[in-house]
Design a protein around this ligand. Structure first.
Ligand code: A2P
Length: 277
């Protein structure tokens, strides 16, 4: 079986998960069934992806036991606030058709609205009620983590952020880890853009693997939790086939050297209400 990481409350999460951002609702059940069939045991979705129903249908149709699968979903920006969070969680749970969710994340801090601390109190209630096995955040910058930790009873288990060779956020990742918060890397392939790098292509050729496997192996050797996304069954399978080769220290350093500081996704400090709402 594949490696897992232990979160700050003792539960384990498979290190390689299946991402579903931008997978259309109608394609999602098929893609997630393909992922589970290839051996993925960790699926990442969000209310704002509008594909939770397909994720849940695939999980429920699977012959893999529910307790052997790890399902993450996220709260949309427009649902922040205490009561609205409780309602939104119930809507997600019903859309998924699951009794519980393994990990529930605040999707964006959305600081202009000023509701993420109040929202976190609702997350703590859901956690205490046992309908989520762990709670965390996504796209939180250091100032948002600091504000949250000042009043939180439960330290977030996870901060899910954009991390890939050309945008690694090493300082934010180490700040998160120092607070006991595990980092999950989204867009681990840089939305496919990091696969064009000559450095990556040369290392892939040297190992007889694909550029995607090379970048994902770099994440694995760095200890990152990753959620690569694909709708292609062969890519879905190969993106989990990362444990038969090893990058040298020099190859790791060469990929780390691809940092540009250029974010591909939204800036969490300003991410607009209209996104993922
Ligand atoms: P597709 O869904 O057509 O396979 P990220 O996970 O960083 O967001 O990257 C997702 C993007 O990378 C998607 O455009 C996806 O396209 C592409 N992708 C995923 N896996 C591979 C792969 N093994 N080889 C090439 N492109 C890939």
């Amino acid at each position: 079986s594949h490696p897992t990481v232990t979160l700050n409350n003792g539960i384990t999460i498979p290190q390689v998960g299946f991402g579903t951002f931008k997978i259309p609702a109608d394609d999602t059940q098929r893609a997630v069934e393909s992922a589970i069939g290839s051996g993925y045991r960790h699926i990442d979705t969000a209310a704002g992806y509008y594909n939770e129903a397909g994720v849940g249908a695939a999980v429920r149709a699977s012959s893999v036991a529910r307790e052997d699968l790890f399902v993450t979903t996220k709260l949309r920006n427009g649902d922040q606030g205490y009561e609205s969070t409780l309602t939104a969680f119930e809507n997600s749970r019903v859309a998924l058709g699951l009794d519980y969710v393994d990990l529930y994340l605040i999707h964006w801090p959305y600081p202009s609205e000023g509701l993420y601390v109040e929202t976190w109190r609702a997350f703590e209630k859901l956690y205490a009620d046992g309908v989520v096995r762990a709670i965390g955040v996504s796209n939180f910058l250091p100032e948002h983590l600091t504000t949250l930790l000042e009043s939180a009873d439960v330290v977030p288990a996870v901060n899910q952020i954009e991390v890939h060779p050309t945008f690694q956020q090493r300082s934010l990742a180490s700040d998160s880890r120092a607070a006991g918060i595990t980092v999950e890397a989204y867009s681990p392939l840089g939305r496919g853009e990091d696969l064009e790098s000559d450095v990556v292509v040369a290392i892939a050729e040297a190992h007889g693997v694909t550029a995607a496997q090379t970048v994902l192996r770099w994440h694995v050797q760095n200890g990152h939790i990753i959620i690569p996304k694909s709708t292609d069954p062969e890519r879905i399978a190969s993106n989990l086939d990362l444990f038969g080769f090893e990058l040298s220290a020099q190859e790791m350093a060469d990929i780390t050297g691809l940092e540009t500081g250029q974010r591909l996704g939204s800036d969490p400090a300003t991410a607009a209400f209209t996104q993922y709402r």
